[in-house]
Design a protein around this ligand. Structure first.
Ligand code: GAP
Length: 434
């Protein structure tokens, strides 16, 4: 189903997924805070990416590099000179915009003035800071705009210590920062965000093959985690869209409420970065192939996804509304691997006599899954809340439990209810939950 951005933003806030950053001071569109459910969902997305990229493979290893790096990194990578977006300014209200993102190129979206824009100029997106007590040019540093450079500057450390041979990959998840001209569409474009990137090093003549391989793998990852494949597509970049380091790029795009937009970029970065850092640092980052007795710079295929943006897309994709007995039921049909809460334990009433069994059931499940015990409100409202946050199973402890030592297990999607003996509950859920 199609859902509006407002519906998702409201649900995210109402249920504790995402809050605007600095909300008590009016909110900052540059960044968002992930609440108790959002942090679980985000962590699950990152864990699934890490599992498929690192843990399930023997050709890719992980890394966690620093956000602050030597300024020369960004000179060598080309970001100081070329990491820019075009910017126009409205001469009436002085607001600034990216011209390629304007709905009507002739009208200011802020004040409505016609033909008031200046000529476009290039605006550098690097977020600046100063290291140490003196705020001069020598102390200038940048918060990393991509995690990738941390991988390139550690390429030789990792290759040597892990004794890696081509082809191999280095993966990293972490925060990145860009001074975006127009952050917006909720968490889609922010100035602080999280990326999941992997640099796959290979022989130059094999790069095209690995590029095709990673396109397929990355599309399959989203579909395997339940994303609607009809809302996913690959789009090859035109020549004039390519980043300064890439010869071929395809985006994985998702059909967001405002239309098709980027979820992930998969690029052939060639040997651009390893060569650039070799030149800038004087350290030879070429590769010696013992079997062939030759030295060369590996090519790099890079699948680069946004963790926060992907989490947002999973939220949108999972949202559904159903008519149940004349009422609308909102359900997040998240894959159980992603659902922030896997099982909710709900005593039918707050009465003390149900608490020993409630505590026993929760105690038995807690070490296996993220759990929520909810004793407030009517059982109907509690089911509704669990549906809205995507909890796959609700376990209800009722007055019959006192006699039959069994509970009712309700399935989120089918709403079917099974009566399950408490001593069989763990096995029952293990068959159905990751
Ligand atoms: N290392 C390559 C690179 O950074 P990119 O296409 O600029 O490529 C990769 O970024 C991914 O990072 C994007 O596909 C998107 O998911 C995410 N991303 C980029 N800028 C973002 C922003 N301002 N807010 C949220 N996510 C962003």
């Amino acid at each position: 189903m199609s859902v509006t951005l407002d519906t998702i933003a409201n649900l995210a806030k109402k249920r504790g997924f995402v809050f605007p950053s600095s909300e008590i001071y009016g909110g900052l569109r540059s960044a968002y805070d992930y609440g108790p459910l959002g942090v679980e969902l985000l962590r699950n997305v990152k864990a699934e990416w890490w599992r498929s990229m690192v843990r399930d493979r023997d050709d890719i290893v992980g890394l966690d590099s620093a956000i602050i790096q030597d300024r020369q990194v960004w000179a060598a990578s080309g970001h100081e000179a070329s990491f820019t977006d075009p910017l126009v300014e409205c001469t009436n209200c002085n607001n600034r915009f990216r011209p390629d993102k304007l709905e009507d190129a002739g009208v200011c979206p802020n004040c409505g003035e016609r033909d008031s824009f200046t000529e476009a100029r290039q605006f550098n997106l690097l977020l600046k800071t100063h290291l140490g007590p003196v705020e001069d040019e020598a102390a200038l540093a940048y918060l990393r705009p991509e995690t990738a450079q941390g991988i390139f500057i550690n390429y030789e450390n990792v290759r040597r210590t892990m004794r890696l041979k081509l082809p191999f990959g280095i993966a990293q998840i972490g925060k990145s920062f860009r001074n975006e001209i127009t952050p917006g569409q909720f968490v889609f474009r922010t100035r602080e965000f999280e990326q999941m990137e992997m640099e796959y090093f290979c022989r130059p003549e094999e790069a095209a093959e690995w590029f095709a391989y990673w396109l397929e793998q990355r599309m399959a990852w989203y579909v395997d985690l339940g994303m609607d494949k009809d809302k996913l597509r690959l789009r090859a970049h035109d020549e004039d869209e390519l980043s300064h380091y890439s010869t071929t790029t395809s985006d994985v795009e998702y059909q967001f409420p405002w239309g098709w937009d980027e979820l992930e970029g998969i690029a052939n970065r060639t040997d651009f970065d390893l060569r650039a850092h070799t030149e800038q640092s004087g350290q030879d980052l070429s590769y010696y192939d013992q079997d062939q007795d030759e030295r060369f710079f590996p090519y790099v295929i890079e699948p680069a996804a946004g963790a926060t943006r992907t989490t947002f897309a999973f939220l949108i994709d999972a949202y559904s509304e159903e008519e149940v007995r004349g009422e609308t039921r909102v359900v997040l049909k998240l894959d159980p691997r992603l659902a922030p809460v896997k099982v909710a334990v709900l005593p039918l009433s707050k009465k003390e006599e149900l608490m020993p069994d409630t505590r026993a059931v929760a105690g038995a499940l807690r070490s296996s899954w993220q759990l929520e015990v909810d004793v407030t409100q009517s059982i109907g409202r509690r089911y509704r809340r669990q549906d809205e946050i995507g909890t796959p199973f609700c376990v209800t402890v009722d007055f019959d439990t006192l006699d039959d030592k069994a509970v009712t297990v309700r399935d989120r999607d089918t709403m079917n209810q099974d009566r399950v003996a408490i001593d069989q509950l763990l096995a029952y859920l293990r068959e159905r939950l990751p």
